[in-house]
Design a protein around this ligand. Structure first.
Ligand SMILES: *Cc1c(COP(=O)(O)O)cnc(C)c1O
Length: 234
């Protein structure tokens, strides 16, 4: 659960996040309008999420299936992404509740998304998750397998590859993430340059509360921010 957040606290947090985003965007020669701020809403109650949406948050992301389902019907309209590890057998539970799955970490999962999307006659946007730090504890494609994976997933019906997502190794020093963000950007640009059939590489999702400014400086155009907006999760 989260400590109850007042409207004033959220307003202040949100202003702070926008300020950081703006200055990071400027450092990378872009306008803040080119960066999507996604509010990571795990543990945040529906009323607070609705307040955030009312104040201007356009994109929200959940990382647990159960939590996504329990809040889904209570929320104001917003672009909803799934951002956590997704078990293949849960795809059917969220396929009609999100417009993007950012955390496709295996071909097997992509196949299931393709199957469930076709059943409903939709096309699901996805990002491929890259295990940029090569961590054993994390899922995701190895950077050297990313291009091949984009090619394979792009061939599937009912699914559209829109880009890449990554979570670099946890660290207390945000600057340490810079090299991973830089590698991700290079990978993203390389793959985009290959113009793989049926892929549309336009989204690079990286950066969280600790380091989203650095991610944006290094080329992210979607950041996923929880704590800096909603306060610490307890
Ligand atoms: C929780 C979460 C975030 C946001 O993390 P904060 O450090 O609270 O900003 C971003 N991405 C994913 C996948 C998450 O689960």
């Amino acid at each position: 659960m989260m400590e109850k957040l007042s409207a004033e606290e959220f307003d202040l947090n949100y202003q702070g996040v926008l300020k950081r985003l703006k200055s990071a965007a400027e450092k990378s020669g872009r306008d803040i309008s080119e960066i999507t701020l996604l509010a990571a809403t795990k543990t945040v109650d529906a009323d607070t999420i609705n307040y955030a949406i009312e104040k201007g948050i356009t994109h929200i992301g959940e990382n647990r299936v159960q939590e996504l389902i329990s809040k889904h019907g209570l929320l104001r309209p917003a672009h909803s992404h799934f951002i956590g590890h997704l078990q293949t057998n849960k795809v059917k539970d969220i396929i009609d509740k999100v417009e993007m799955i950012e955390s496709v970490d295996s071909i097997r999962l992509a196949n299931e998304i393709s199957k469930q999307a076709q059943k409903r006659g939709i096309v699901m946007d996805v990002l491929l998750e890259i295990n940029i730090g090569g961590e054993e504890s994390k899922s995701g494609f190895a950077p050297e397998d990313a291009e091949k994976a984009v090619g394979e997933v792009a061939k599937l019906d009912g699914i559209r590859v829109k880009g890449l997502m990554a979570i670099p190794p946890a660290t207390d020093l945000p600057e340490e993430s810079r090299k991973y963000f830089r590698e991700m950007y290079k990978l993203f640009i390389d793959i985009r340059g290959k113009n793989i059939d049926n892929s549309n590489m336009s989204v690079l999702s990286m950066g969280m509360s600790n380091d989203f400014d650095i991610a944006v400086e290094e080329g992210a155009n979607l950041v996923r921010v929880g704590t800096s907006l909603f306060g610490r999760r307890i």
